[in-house]
Design a protein around this ligand. Sequence first.
Ligand code: BLA
Length: 507
Amino acid sequence: GDAPQSVDLSICDREPIHTPGAIQPHGVLLALDPDDMRIDQIAGDTQALLGASHSALLGQNLEARLGAVAATRLTRLVADEGPRSCLAFETEASGGAAALEGVVHIGDRAILIELEPRRDDVERDPLGLVQKMLAASAPAETIEAYAEAITRETAKATGFDHVMVYRFLPDGSGSVIAETAAEGCDSYLGLRFPASDIPQQARKLYVTNWLRVIPDARYTPAPIEPALSPSTGRPLDLSCSILRSVSPVHLRYLANMGVRASMSLSIVVGGELFGLVACHHRTPHFLDLRRRAACELFAQMISLEFQSRLEGETAKRRMRAGEVQSRLVGAMSGRGDLAGALLGGQPNLLDLIEADGCAVCIEGECVTLGRTPSAAQIGALVGWIHEHAQQGVLATDRLPLSYAPAEAYCDVASGVLAIAVSRAPKDYVLFFRGELRQVVRWAGNPAKAVEADGETLTPRASFEAWEETVRLQSRAWSDTEIEIARSLRSSILEVFVHALDLALRER
Ligand code: BLA
């Protein structure tokens, strides 16, 4: 065919996935007007599941269809619970062929009832299941071991072929940090996936909706009728729906991966999507409501555990830095020579922040420790930094990209973290990190993550490892390290102010 057009990936971010106008057809959806509990909109095979056609159900009062017990129960839920609650209830729907189970979502504009046929293999003790999963993963010592235990326990509890913990990076891309895979599954462990694979609005939705299930990705969507709500005149918002129909691009993606069923559990840390437990199956794979509820609770619990483990690591790092810093402050106050105090003894600046080298440049004089550019190169660099630092701090892990002269000494300074230690002259403390030549293994060429075929977007067909050598970059400076640098800056400024104060008094 034609050469692939270049694609504006923001198209992916704009697809309104919360209003697809259809559901996955393994259940039925009823949207009720919260004021009179009448059925406003409907989707799915109601004939098979409820024993009545769409036209027979639309406009009907719920009680007439579900029976008095379920309807009363539902009315009570609506009265007692605020918006956005998700609750399970069961009904032996009158006239329907199968026993059903379902979930109710109480929204501002509509009450959504989603019913699915009750399966034979229901989980009888979902709480016990979660406890078992948590107990088995808790002993893992490192984050990596913990993630791995999560994949193992999730695979065991759900029967999925391939379970991964996928962790997002700051730029929205992500990598598989742990996996448990059945025989014959391609391994994705360690592979990087581009940000466009899970577009922004999907990531946002997964923060509030912790479970995304696609039990059979090769389905024909069941349209919502009527398409627009008679009371609001708008398409139905399926943000909290479990049956919500899936973006066609993503269905194609799953097909290209050889995946027939998928489930994603959100891992939310500090209110942000930290990662996903991504589950795949090569054949259709249905999970009953209780097992899904168990998975959702598990996801919420492991999110808290991730958060506390990550915060624990940060706290430890901060505490160690605090100790080093107070000893450096002691040394600075004890001797007039700042560079000597910061670089000359034990501990020194390199014990504060891990780097290949550092420099203290005060009043035109530059003292270095470890691997650094030459004094002349640092002098020129400081001039550039002075123009670009914000609030006295500049941190970059790809210096040569914004400051071309650094390419010549990228082996010692592809990354720099600089803090201004006084305002008027160009006095700086700098930390350097050399180039970290990295081979990033992508799952398929990220430059060809998606192609446009006229109006239709097509995700890549191959997920085979594709290697990219990343150059002119150093290991990144973490938020904690930048914070430590800021705190060092205040200490140094305080020491300066104090020294100045003393000098004035001595006069
Ligand atoms: C959704 N994409 C997703 C989801 C995952 C991925 C996990 C959540 C839905 C699910 O559980 O299946 C991607 N799956 C992955 C990744 C791994 C994995 C990275 O297993 C790694 C191991 N997708 C594209 C492009 C677009 C796109 C180019 O590749 C957009 C044009 C869209 N992906 C897309 C959309 C969704 C999605 C719209 C949301 C689906 C939904 O919830 O309706």
